[in-house]
Design a protein around this ligand. Sequence first.
Ligand SMILES: NC(=O)c1ccc[n+]([C@@H]2O[C@H](COP(=O)([O-])OP(=O)(O)OC[C@H]3O[C@@H](n4cnc5c(N)ncnc54)[C@H](OP(=O)(O)O)[C@@H]3O)[C@@H](O)[C@H]2O)c1
Length: 322
Amino acid sequence: MSENKIISVFGATGAQGGGLVRAILRDPQGGFSARAVTRDINSDKAKELARMGAEVVAADIDDPASIKKAFDGAYGAYCVTFFWAHFSPEKEMAEAQAMASAAKNAVLKHVIWSTLEDTRKWSPLSDERIPTLHGKYKVPHFDAKGESNHFFTDLGVPTTFLLTSFYWDNFIYFGMSPQKGPDGKLGITFPMGDKPLPGIAAEDIGKCAYGIFKRGGEFIGKTVGIEGESVTGAQMASAFSGLLGQEVRYNDIPPAAYRSLGFPGADDLGNMFQFKRDFNDYFCGARSAAFSKSLNPELQDFKTWLLNNKSAIFKLQSAAGE
Ligand SMILES: NC(=O)c1ccc[n+]([C@@H]2O[C@H](COP(=O)([O-])OP(=O)(O)OC[C@H]3O[C@@H](n4cnc5c(N)ncnc54)[C@H](OP(=O)(O)O)[C@@H]3O)[C@@H](O)[C@H]2O)c1
């Protein structure tokens, strides 16, 4: 029987968990093995993980009995919730609570909880600069994760609280790529003013998480923040211009205009960017590229990420006729 420590990974077919599963599998002498958790073990992504050597198990984050099974016999777990699957902070908190409770019952030795700030600690509901959403949140998909931290601490689960950053992959998969404005010029749009936005290649989140597991108990009970680099809108636009060989502008719009863009979650994201802009010293200070690189020597900065994703970006631009 394998002596490896099993890491049970939620979101294994997704961005964060997928990066962790691949990082574990790429290091067969590392002392860990990957248990990939998915709702559908027959999906193409799940089958690919099995082909690569992961143990693939079925569980649904909304079904506590299945989480129990997914954690059975494991050394550790990567716990992430999927806000954009339902847009409900209450559901997200219930999911985090269910994972914390299952981790406690399974006596896991190390859990990484993929969290974010409860922004209400910086901008309380009485602060009218950032509009309150659903009566009790400022940035619902942040606040629900931050508020959930206590489920892990209350139960004494040995947890590392991992503060992640904006995925640069959003430029490819979340409709944030350079787009033509009314004047025909390409631009990227963020309400960040001239403040830097901590960002990361999604794949690097999992690689950093693997670095945390490899460092044993060092970060248990601690909050650690990761990023690839903090870059301003103007710097990202300039890097895009260099890649695409044509000018890409940075459209700095007010947060209120971003909230009104009309896509699902625009209000939440508008508030998120405003929080990152208005509490920028705190937000950037909580994430360190040097620390992230110590966990993951392959950490990409923004320009490296752009070059590594050049073909996907060009494909997207040409599909959009841009
Ligand atoms: N986008 C960003 O810039 C960013 C930055 C920081 C943090 N985040 C946070 O990242 C989280 C999402 O993580 P991700 O981006 O890694 O996910 P993702 O790439 O969107 O993948 C979704 C994953 O969710 C799994 N999943 C969905 N519903 C599930 C359920 N009920 N039970 C079990 N698994 C379920 C899917 O697995 P199956 O389909 O195989 O079951 C899939 O692996 C969100 O909460 C978001 O707030 C995002």
